[in-house]
Design a protein around this ligand. Structure first.
Ligand code: AP5
Length: 214
């Protein structure tokens, strides 16, 4: 199974992609995670990418396509889930070309639909623990003690691009530069599915599994 998990920032691509990868033995390819790891490691690529990410802008296509080629090649014959990629038409064209060369195809595209107000609440309220990775939301899933992790007591942090203004910019960039990819896939005959992502995590997962397990 080669699946594209598509949707605006905060739609739940990462959350669903992680569980799906675990349940079905697929490789999750998250360009956001790869870029954040590179930024934390202080590599040249990571430092360059961080400027774009912190401003809510997209990292240039040439950088992203090189990164993804490596991960797809490394995934060998296991299936994969692409989370947060492709994000522009040139990236969608680039990955199509890459997959043709590798004799692979995208089997399905799942679009997670979530209204903007919910996205803003999910992202601007998100806090995470830098020590154990636990995720909270100050609006609907608060830690017991303000800004401290319930599991390990570490000080919670906010992703730099989850500040309200940057969230607004990310949503705008999604609308302008990323959402046209849905038309691209429909016009190229891909198997596109729209799923209501504004429900509990398990309900959304059940619908995606129906597509993956057909
Ligand atoms: P990336 O890391 O891909 O972030 P994003 O897509 O903007 O947004 P998120 O990862 O925050 O959202 P998500 O849809 O994965 O939702 P999640 O499951 O986390 O990209 C970051 C930046 O990197 C970009 O802005 C860009 O600069 C750069 N970049 C990355 N890829 C690129 C590319 N291909 N080209 C160019 N630049 C690129 O959930 C969000 C929150 O909601 C969590 O707190 C979660 O717990 C909660 N949640 C999830 N599901 C539910 C639910 N059903 N109900 C309630 N809460 C939920």
């Amino acid at each position: 199974m080669h699946l594209v998990l598509f949707g605006p920032p905060g739609a739940g691509k990462g959350t669903q992609g992680t569980v799906l990868a675990e349940k079905r033995g697929l490789t999750k390819i998250s360009t956001g995670d790869i870029l954040r790891d590179a930024a934390r490691a202080g590599t040249e690529l990571g430092l360059k990418a961080r400027k774009f990410m912190d401003a809510g802008e997209l990292v240039p296509d040439s950088v992203i396509l090189g990164l993804v080629r490596e991960v797809i090649e490394d995934s060998g014959n296991s299936g994969f889930i692409m989370d947060g990629f492709p994000r522009t038409i040139p990236q969608a064209e680039g990955v199509d070309q890459m997959l043709r060369e590798m004799k692979k195809v995208i089997d399905a595209v799942v679009v997670l639909d979530v209204p903007n107000e919910a996205l803003v609440q999910r992202l601007s309220g998100r806090r995470s623990c830098p020590n154990c990775g636990a995720v909270y939301n100050v609006y609907y899933d608060k830690p017991k003690q303000d800004e401290k992790c319930d599991r390990c007591g570490s000080e919670l942090v906010q992703r730099a691009d989850d500040k309200r203004d940057t969230v607004a910019r990310r949503l705008d960039v999604y609308k302008q530069q990323t959402s046209p990819i849905i038309d691209y896939y429909q016009q190229h005959g891909a198997d596109v599915h729209f799923i209501n992502g504004d429900r509990g995590i398990d309900d959304v997962l059940r619908d995606i599994l129906q597509i993956v397990d057909r």
